[in-house]
Write a protein that binds this ligand. Structure first.
Ligand SMILES: CC(C)(COP(=O)(O)OP(=O)(O)OC[C@H]1O[C@@H](n2cnc3c(N)ncnc32)[C@H](O)[C@@H]1OP(=O)(O)O)[C@@H](O)C(=O)NCCC(=O)NCCS
Length: 171
């Protein structure tokens, strides 16, 4: 019973639910099988909330002292209620407990809801990846690379974006 935010057991039902929710939120679909394979990988886990089926989830992959947010999705009917904030905070708390000291992610440069969310959580822009995404109309779009030290800074901090075009800085 998901209420959460709680870690998700990567069984067939849960992977199918994550795939359905992901398809509601992104143009590029990830199948249930892909979620199953992803969540079987070393250091990779999902945290979800709501439902069942879940209203939102985040997938994080940890390696050594770093982790990466691979995807984050909230049901369009449940947005602006703090679900994404709660999911990211809990997932990064778990990653930090497992030894991660930095978190990274990529986000499309036009995705203002996600950019606002990550900036509010203390992430800062480290650089860009040119033509990293493809929009629904097939035109390319740059990705912004965000990073933050873990544990997350205190909530309520309004982080400076400090974005410089052409910077490439994941270190
Ligand atoms: C981005 C997304 C995950 C945000 O989910 P959410 O549950 O609505 O976000 P929250 O309610 O937790 O918002 C937390 C903060 O993020 C920012 N934010 C979220 N949505 C925003 C929007 N539409 N416009 C401006 N700021 C926004 C705000 O600072 C917000 O705090 P506030 O509500 O107190 O102002 C959701 O819009 C989504 O699933 N989008 C499609 C998938 C996607 O883009 N995923 C991220 C890819 S990296």
């Amino acid at each position: 019973m998901i209420s959460g935010p709680v870690p998700v057991e990567p069984n067939a039902n849960n992977c199918a639910a994550l795939a359905r929710l992901h398809a509601q939120c992104f143009a590029d679909r990830w199948s249930a099988k892909e979620f199953g394979e992803l969540l079987s990988g070393p250091g990779t886990f999902a945290v979800a909330c709501g439902g069942p089926p879940p209203n939102g989830f985040v997938v994080v992959r940890g390696a050594a002292d770093e982790c990466e947010i691979l995807t984050l999705a909230v049901d369009p009917a449940c947005r602006r209620r703090g679900l994404a904030r709660a999911l990211v905070i809990e997932a990064l708390r778990l990653a930090s407990t497992a030894g991660a000291r930095k978190a990274y992610l990529e986000v499309a440069e036009s995705n203002m809801p996600a950019i606002s969310l990550y900036a509010a959580l203390g992430f800062e822009i480290l650089g860009t990846r040119q033509n990293y995404y493809q929009k629904r109309d097939s035109t390319p779009e740059h990705a912004l690379v965000f990073g933050v030290g873990l544990p997350l800074p205190a909530m309520g901090k309004s982080a400076g974006i400090g974005y410089t075009d052409q910077q490439e800085g994941r270190s």
